[in-house]
Design a protein around this ligand. Structure first.
Ligand SMILES: N[C@@H](CCC(=O)N[C@@H](CS)C(=O)NCC(=O)O)C(=O)O
Length: 202
């Protein structure tokens, strides 16, 4: 049995939650309330010294970093076909799995913090404008990766799962996406696994 430590609204936690659902894994969730600072509790820091979610524990094996966890789950549950086996498609999946946390997510999170967590009078328009521009550029790059494809690397894989929580945030913020990306977002969001993720409210 896998235990997932997460906060229901965490984008990184949602990636792992969705992958567990896609894999039909046996798992339980232990909520870590980020609003109450529970990620900094000494007992949780013993599992994840970063004081962040998600973390998983699988038969005594403790793991953090959402992308590492996605790779672990894809390998542990090969029947779910969450990572292509052919070298070229697998490399494509790795490329997007690296690009998502290193490039795509930061401006999305910056925009979310400004527009959802900062009082209107205290927002930084320079930060907002810069984040919007980076999001728009990255959205074009991601849409380019989808030309002629339904998913980033063959069938639906952990590469797609890594992006969905961030596309969801952009959707919630009403940020327009290129049409290919909008269609891709809707395709992924229609998966029952994502429905389960959204239904989880801690
Ligand atoms: N690189 C980490 C990032 C984890 C992360 O930033 N998690 C956020 C939630 S999405 C968090 O726990 N924030 C609470 C904090 O920083 O105190 C991963 O991919 O797992």
């Amino acid at each position: 049995m896998i235990t997932l430590y997460t906060f229901h609204l965490s984008t990184n936690g949602r990636k792992v939650h969705m992958a567990l659902e896609e894999a039909h894994a046996a798992y339980t969730i232990t909520p870590v309330n980020l609003m109450k600072g529970e990620q900094k509790n000494p007992d949780y820091l013993k599992l994840n010294p970063n004081g962040k979610v998600p973390t998983i524990v699988d038969n005594g094996v403790v793991m953090w970093e959402s992308i590492a966890i996605l790779l672990y789950l894809a390998e542990k549950f090969p029947a779910a076909n969450l990572l292509p086996t052919a070298a070229a498609e697998r490399a494509r999946a790795f490329q997007w799995l690296v690009w998502q946390p290193t490039t795509f997510s930061a401006p999305v999170s910056a925009l979310f913090r400004q527009l959802r967590f900062t009082a209107e009078g205290q927002r930084d328009q320079t930060v907002i404008d810069q984040a919007r521009a980076e999001v728009a550029k990255n959205a074009e790059i991601l849409a380019g990766g989808l030309q002629g494809r339904e998913y980033l690397a063959g069938t639906c894989s952990i590469a797609d799962i890594a992006f969905l929580p961030y596309l969801h945030v952009l959707h919630e913020l009403g940020i327009p996406l290129p049409s290919e990306l909008e269609a891709y977002y809707k395709r992924l969001a229609a998966r029952p696994s994502w429905g389960k993720v959204l239904a989880y409210t801690g």
